[in-house]
Write a protein that binds this ligand. Structure first.
Ligand code: ZN
Length: 502
């Protein structure tokens, strides 16, 4: 059955310049009001019914969120939900406040939501506005539902209030589209989004967006010698697995990629022959989130028409049990000729990625980043608040970390390298897939992947430990977070790795 892509249009965003007055609030059903930690009394003089708002704020306990909740006596009976931010608040804190304030509107009828940020310097005001907006756009997006009566939309439109000049929201909107697509794909039931339909959806998006599309089916992958990917794919009931390559080339059709994105797309991970128990398998339709993040980043880049050439590779397969499924101690040959002895069939992500990384790095991109929900040990190491990063350019560690602090999707670097390959030494093949002991598996997995990077391509691997969190994370209210879209856009635009600006 053909699958239609989601509606990725953000709600309309209006801006009312100048003071927040009664007139600009006339069209707001709700107002998200962001104030400094210790707002001066004169600030409330700038607001309609300011005395009342100040009184309610003072009567609310200091540490509660929202810090203020009351209704105005205007025609709309506008609900005001307020929050406070420290002067030196981090992006993560701003995004988190945004999520919490938007959540406080949950019982309200969907309407026009105002965003008012008061009492901050102009630059800080503009970035707080964007971060609260990011939370509103994440909450407004409808994730897949198969209810016969779908829930109504949560936000109809947004209105930025009280700003002296128009705030540039293009980046926030594009990042929201990319993240929303990533979360939508990840949330799809695994019988509704199989490997065929996923590839077809990518083709559909490629056509709509002017990207080139190529699907390497198992026959072509056999010719390419992609034995590691095919070891996982051979257990599929039908021949649906493939590696999909998308190319975004603004203007320069033949240019080599500035950035190559690779994503793990395990449609459903049963663990394979070494079957997972129920609780570990329950949410394994989310094991394709790395690929969803990669395509989400491509969408955000393309939406902003950034002048960089980008490749995007999606490694799409299931990891199933069955008579054909691969098993422990099988030996396979990857596309770069290296032989791998399999140890644990649940370490399928690194098998599927190995060949995809060979194909991606052969094209000599200036930077290669892969995204994968790869290891449990990464979650043990940094919890699901951070994702782990690994690179074959250790000098990048401080920069990678700083980018995470800047954008609010925080990462922590880990070491990799030859030293760790001792744990992957093997008598009958060049290396083994993982260590049976599983200690430090995130580091071993990344060290394994590094063996499949050709041409010494600068490479960053992101183990998405922050991809799945019941209570959401930063601005994202849903369990699947789409972590990585915002981070990578920050690599491009804040770290300015490719001199791209919008
Ligand atoms: Zn697995």
């Amino acid at each position: 059955m053909k699958l239609n892509p989601p509606n990725l249009n953000n709600p309309r965003i209006f801006q009312s310049l100048g003071r927040i007055d009664a007139k600009s609030l006339e069209s707001c059903d709700q107002l998200l009001l962001i104030l400094p930690e210790k707002p001066v009394a004169s600030l409330f003089k700038q607001l309609p019914e300011g005395t009342k708002l100040h009184r309610v704020l003072r009567a609310t306990a200091d540490d509660s969120t929202p810090a203020l909740r009351t209704r105005l006596s205007n025609k709309k009976v506008t609900l005001v939900v307020g929050g406070k931010l420290k002067n030196e608040s981090s992006t993560f804190e701003q995004l988190t406040l945004g999520r919490e304030l938007v959540a406080a509107l949950a019982d309200e009828k969907a309407g026009s939501v105002g965003i008012g940020v008061l009492g901050f310097a102009p630059d800080a005001q503009a970035s707080i506005v964007n971060n609260i907006l990011a939370a509103a756009l994440a909450a407004a997006f409808a994730l897949p539902t198969y209810k016969t009566k779908p829930p109504p939309p949560s936000i109809k439109s947004l209105r930025i209030l009280g700003v002296p000049a128009r705030v540039d929201t293009r980046r926030t909107e594009a990042e929201a589209m990319g993240n929303n697509l990533a979360r939508w794909l990840t949330s799809m039931p695994p019988n509704k989004l199989d490997a065929y339909q996923y590839a077809d959806l990518a083709r559909h998006l490629a056509r709509a967006r002017g990207w080139s599309y190529k699907r390497f089916a198992t026959k072509e992958l056999t010719k390419l010698g992609a034995g590691a990917f095919l070891a996982v794919a051979q257990g599929n009931e039908n021949d649906s697995a493939s590696i999909v390559r998308l190319k975004y080339r603004p203007g320069r059709k033949t240019a080599r990629a500035d950035l190559s994105l690779v994503g793990k797309g395990i449609i459903f991970d049963t663990g394979g022959t070494n079957l997972k128990p129920f609780s570990s398998m329950l949410d394994m339709h989310g094991d394709m989130q790395g690929s969803a993040v990669a395509i989400g980043i491509l969408l955000a880049i393309s939406e902003l028409q950034l002048p960089i050439a980008v490749d995007c590779w999606l490694a799409l397969t299931e990891n199933r049990t069955g008579p054909m499924a691969y098993k422990s101690r099988d030996v396979v040959t990857a596309a770069n000729g290296k032989t791998i002895q399999t140890i644990h069939t649940d370490a399928e992500g690194r098998m599927a990625l190995a060949d995809t990384l060979v194909l991606a790095s052969r094209e000599k991109p200036k930077l290669l980043i892969d995204f994968a929900t790869l290891t449990g040990t990464c979650i043990s190491a940094v919890t699901n608040r951070y994702s782990g990063v690994f690179t074959n350019r250790a000098a990048l560690h401080p920069r990678l970390k700083r980018t995470g602090q800047q954008c609010g999707e925080r990462v922590w670097p880990f070491p990799i390298g030859d030293e760790f390959l001792e744990e992957l030494k093997c008598h009958s093949a060049d290396l083994r897939q993982c260590s049976p002991s599983a200690s430090g598996d995130h580091i071993l997995a990344a060290s394994f992947l590094a063996e499949f990077i050709e041409n010494d391509t600068p490479w960053v691997h992101m183990d998405l430990s922050a991809s799945d969190r019941d209570e959401g994370l930063a601005h994202i209210p849903s369990k699947f977070t789409g972590f990585g879209v915002r981070y990578t856009m920050s690599v491009i635009l804040d770290d300015n790795l490719f001199k791209a600006t919008i």
